[in-house]
Design a binder for this molecule. Sequence first.
Ligand SMILES: Cc1cc2nc3c(=O)[nH]c(=O)nc-3n(C[C@H](O)[C@H](O)[C@H](O)COP(=O)(O)OP(=O)(O)OC[C@H]3O[C@@H](n4cnc5c(N)ncnc54)[C@H](O)[C@@H]3O)c2cc1C
Length: 509
Amino acid sequence: MITQISNFKFQTVIDYDVIVIGAGIGGLTTASLLAKRGFKVVVLEQSDHPGGYCSSLPQNGYLFDIGASLFWGFDEGGVFYSLFSELGMIDGMLKGDNIRKIDPGLQIVLPNHRIDLFSERSRFFEEIKREFPGDLIYLKNFYQEIDHIEEKLYEIGGTRHPFVYNGKNRAKINQIKKFFLNIYTLVNNNRFLENYLRGWDKGLELERFMDLQTMYFGQRSAADSPIPFLAIISGIPRRGIYYIGGGAQFIADEMEKSIRESKGEIIYKARVEEILTRKGGCVFGVRARHKDISIEIFSRTVISNTPTFNLMRTGISKIRYKRMIKNLQQGWVPFSILLGVDEKVIPEPMREHVLMMRDYKLPPYGDNLIFISVNPAWDKTRAPEGKRCITASILLPSDIMKSSNIKSVLKEKGKEMIQYLEQVIPFLSDHIECVIDVDPLTYQGFTMREDGKMGMIKGGANMYGFSGLSNISPSRQLFLVGDTTYPGHSAAATVKSGIRTADLITRRM
Ligand SMILES: Cc1cc2nc3c(=O)[nH]c(=O)nc-3n(C[C@H](O)[C@H](O)[C@H](O)COP(=O)(O)OP(=O)(O)OC[C@H]3O[C@@H](n4cnc5c(N)ncnc54)[C@H](O)[C@@H]3O)c2cc1C
């Protein structure tokens, strides 16, 4: 039905089992699973492509990842593995050339140390022996304990992923309850790392070594990271880090393909402006703007992949959602530079992913912590012949956006970052062919996140979704997915959130 209302057209579309707002990696996960399980699904995405922060931007012959570029969870039982297995795509994907395990998956660069995070602990300890000989024994004990916790988390979670269990076996449920009681104690004990570090020879340097990893994977310092979180993060290289040929976009495109194959629909350039609720908070659909048409789509189940910060703007205040928003740390805004360079300048061996800290005494964020990603020579999709693409990102405290001369502050940051990168790639500035600054406002345009903001549910047990608060909302019909609903702030954590929501809906409907 199309009717003319004032100066734009109005269309009403009825009859979907599920509406998903946003085709980020979270929305795509839930939509692809539900479509495969036989639900009639529609995804509404404001931009013209899938992926959100898991997208790649073609520019001047290069293909730059704008957000995620380091992936984990493709090992057997990992989240991406589980997702694509259920979608019936994993064998084909792993047989192809695009998804490659890289070892070491990540290199940590500190002012006076360089440590490769190999997947095997024995090789990793060789690195530690070289860089921190006085602390080797402490670190071996630390990793033994933390690996044990991590293994238990995965074991209890079943093969799908930690923290989510959807079986009905009583013995297993009792085991989980007992285990979660212990974990609850661990989650609320933030002194674990502090107690460990007290006796270490290079305490500050090692704390920063941990900070780099927890800040990158979860936007919080190591000392502030609950133990299960620290355990999962420390286990990432051990479980396997992957490089995606064709960029992050390849992953999003595969999910989109699966949705369409299962007869789901994706409508691009469709911005949801309101989640429709009845008196009492019951959700019954959405109102969206698609090009110049306002559309209303009805469904008893709505899934929001919009960052939780944005929910208030989509009319969600009507359903008492303020508490959740308050519990989000008003964290970080990303700033990246995308560089196309002559490959002569890339030193050998150059790792695909490097996390660098410049100064131990500066806080572990802002331009003191830089994530660098360089495409390997074999991935010909990313750059013209003889060239490579580099992305370098930092996370800035969101307050920076209040400064009156923000544009020039950010421009200066971009120039400084190139200088800092020379610590890892000497003479870089002489070999740059193209530079693109991606500031927080550009990120806002990509994803509709205010200033591109990345946030986190505050500490405590609920951030792990033990009580299920993170994916559900006060309305039975509104579910949440995405990195603001699940700890971890990585593509893998976001996929976990998407699987969890798909499982909840499948059980309820
Ligand atoms: C610079 C940077 C580097 C990163 N590096 C890594 C990395 O190396 N590894 C890793 O694992 N993770 C990384 N991440 C994090 C990871 O990319 C994100 O956590 C993840 O992609 C978030 O997915 P999402 O689905 O939660 O949200 P988003 O990607 O933000 O997706 C939300 C989608 O919803 C759409 N949308 C929003 N509002 C509306 C609306 N009202 N109507 C219609 N559509 C709407 C948006 O357009 C978007 O497509 C990085 C992030 C950044 C910013």
